[in-house]
Write a protein that binds this ligand. Structure first.
Ligand code: DX5
Ligand code: ZN
Length: 214
């Protein structure tokens, strides 16, 4: 299992310490949640912080943009060191153009779906995607309860990916923990994002190791 710890739940007063813990862990990437207070009812952190994170992390940055008009920030996201740029389908009027621009900028392109957005919305772009992120909570906050309908969505997405011959990975974000991770893996998830399950744990590195060997 590919594990992408969400820094939203890290201790921002000790961010370097938490990033170094991730460096020394089995995490395969690092998930950065950007929130603008418009697309979601919360504000997190932005590009200067991600740039600082990129200077000390040894893991590829998986940047999840919960913002309106993400197409306006493709250069900025690339310049702050992102390996993967995740945009919400609901935030992109010209999703195909945005996906092509992300790839032309040299990043992997991922599209995120809110819990209420059907997988079918990606039918005509799935072949071009490196990853699809299914939100398993309504985005905006860490520490929320996992939405059980996600399992059915993973199955539908898996079908869409195999029908289209796409190589897209399936990532799930929100309420992921050691209890639901085995069922998610069984459903076909490739990448687990976890925030509070990792950073609120007594031994975060151990939780990452357990998630990684599911
Ligand atoms: C929520 C964010 C998540 C969040 C997950 O809007 O996209 O990445 O950090 O946190 P947990 O794992 O605590 O639900
Ligand atoms: Zn996220």
């Amino acid at each position: 299992m590919i594990v992408s710890p969400s820094l939203l739940s890290a201790d921002f007063a000790n961010l370097a310490r938490d990033i170094e813990m991730c460096n020394a862990s089995d995490a395969a990437m690092l998930h950065c949640d950007v929130m603008d207070g418009v697309f979601v009812p919360n504000i997190s952190f932005g590009f200067p912080v991600i740039k600082a994170i990129s200077r000390i992390t040894t893991k590829p940055l998986d940047v999840h943009l919960m913002i309106v008009n993400p197409q306006n920030y493709i250069g900025a996201v690339r310049d702050c060191g992102a390996a993967i740029m995740n945009v919400h389908q609901e935030a992109c009027i010209h999703l195909d153009r945005t996906i092509q621009a992300i790839k032309a900028a040299g990043m992997k392109a991922a599209v995120t779906l809110n819990p209420s957005t059907p997988v079918a919305m990606l039918e005509d772009v799935i072949a071009d995607l490196d990853m699809v992120l299914l939100m398993s909570v309504n985005p905006g906050f860490g520490g929320q309860k996992f939405i059980e309908n996600t399992y059915k969505k993973v199955a539908r997405l898996k079908q869409l990916i195999s029908d289209s011959g796409s190589k897209a990975l399936i990532e799930v974000d929100g309420g992921v923990n050691l209890d639901n991770a085995p069922a998610l893996a069984h459903a076909g998830v490739d990448v687990l994002v976890a925030g509070s399950a990792i950073f609120a744990a007594e031994n975060p590195k151990d939780v990452i190791a357990k998630l990684a060997c599911i």
